[in-house]
Design a protein around this ligand. Sequence first.
Ligand code: PMV
Length: 331
Amino acid sequence: MKKSDVIRNILRDKPSTPRIQFGQAFAPTNIALCKYWGKRDLELNLPINSSLSISLGDKGATTFIAEIESDQDSIVFNEQSIALHSSFGNRLTTFLDLFRPLPTVRYQVITQMNIPVASGLASSACGFAALVLALNHFYHWDLDLTQLSILARLGSGSAARSLWQGFVKWEMGSAKDGMDSHGHVLPIQWPELRVGLLILHTGQKPLSSREAMLRTVQTSHLYSAWPKQVDMDMQSLERALVAKDFNALGRTAENNAMAMHATMMSAWPAIVYSQPATIGAMNQVWELRKEGVSVYFTQDAGPNLKLLFLAENQEKVMAAFPDLEMCEPFG
Ligand code: PMV
């Protein structure tokens, strides 16, 4: 099935002319505690496993969209004009192609993000979620968050979880058209929870998560163990959230990230996102834990780490990592 078929289905009977001058929306970025790694459908970004994330409050993307009189789209990202033939420009205009009411319609898209981009900090997640929210606002589609989560997934898988704040589960689903593969929010608040962004390296990553997933699924012998690990980790995480057992949450999230990276390292050619500074920071976290500070990390498709801890340990963690960018997901 094609993306355009799914979109036609969702937007059937929806207006295709804007009634306002521009649409605008914010979406938070999200960090997976149990990762999405591997697609069962490359076109629709349907995952091999369910995943669970925490959204980062006011850290994310704000996107503005309008139709313009021009023969080409105009994309401005963090105040910089983006070349339409660059891989980023091309990815965005191809996604916009799915929504143009007429092939001649051109857009101005302006996005501002307050997180470092393409360093495994889920910038595509909040970027695509904010874009579909802005389109929904602009065209008055009046879609619900489940439908918007499906549309965002077509841009980037993890974007399916960026429609909500708090803990979000993305159910893998089983339908061929992916209509049951979307996020939903878990009714759990944890105001003491802190996420610290440890930026160790801000360069562009060498391999996109899309390519890395594909290579892992195709070549890693360890990958067959991954869905089983996810099943266990999802259960542990959901239990930890209900019981507010922070150590169980941290342990599961850290181990899940390490297991995901193990599948990548055993791919061929091997995929290693960690830099020397990443390993150094992991050792620092383990040292802190030995000293009795409850802090854990998770790592996505990049060299940076996200630290998980509770408010009561904030001072000690900040003393060890003075450059940490603090997020209060429920703040
Ligand atoms: O949505 P994508 O294609 O950027 O993939 C995200 C993959 C991870 O960040 C590594 C895991 C996740 O669940 O967010």
